[in-house]
Design a protein around this ligand. Structure first.
Ligand code: THU
Length: 146
């Protein structure tokens, strides 16, 4: 099966800015139950950044991850073409990795864009949505021959 080419790499300044915005967003995390703050910042193809944090609820399943907060903020303001998303947590020794639900929400808006998984010191690893969610189900599948 042909692989979709990897999304074009961002320039170092844009990466640094996106990572910084994800860490800033983490400061607003509402996580009184998990005590696990997460921030995310999504970069649109027209160079806008939308950021978000996790927002928990006393009805636990209603909590929303930082990645989905950021994506939903962007989409609800008319931006759904994404280049990249950066994710930040307080884990010192691990790059924060998006949950399965967030991977599927990212996939809704394409498989060929990049996810920067960071540490508090600003270092990161990057993988495409395609790499994080291979053999995925996407919106196109709804219209295939039945
Ligand atoms: N969380 C995120 O916001 N993003 C992730 O990538 C991992 C987990 C949140 C959900 C919940 O509020 C807390 O972190 C603990 O799972």
């Amino acid at each position: 099966m042909a692989q979709v080419p990897h999304a074009s790499a961002l320039d170092p300044k844009s990466i640094q800015q996106l990572v910084l915005r994800s860490h800033e967003a983490k400061k607003f995390a509402y996580c009184p139950y998990s005590h696990f703050p997460v921030g995310a910042a999504v970069l649109t193809t027209d160079e806008r950044i939308f950021s978000g944090c996790n927002v928990e609820n006393c009805v636990y399943p209603l909590g929303v991850c930082a990645e989905r907060t950021a994506i939903q903020k962007a989409v609800s303001e008319g931006h759904k073409d994404f280049k990249a998303i950066a994710i930040a947590s307080d884990l010192q020794d691990d790059f924060i990795s998006p949950c399965g639900a967030c991977r599927q929400v990212m996939r809704e808006f394409g498989a060929n864009w990049d996810v920067y998984m960071t540490k508090p010191d600003g270092t990161y690893v990057v993988q495409s949505v395609q790499e994080l969610l291979p053999t995925s189900f996407g919106p196109e599948d709804l219209h295939k021959k039945k």
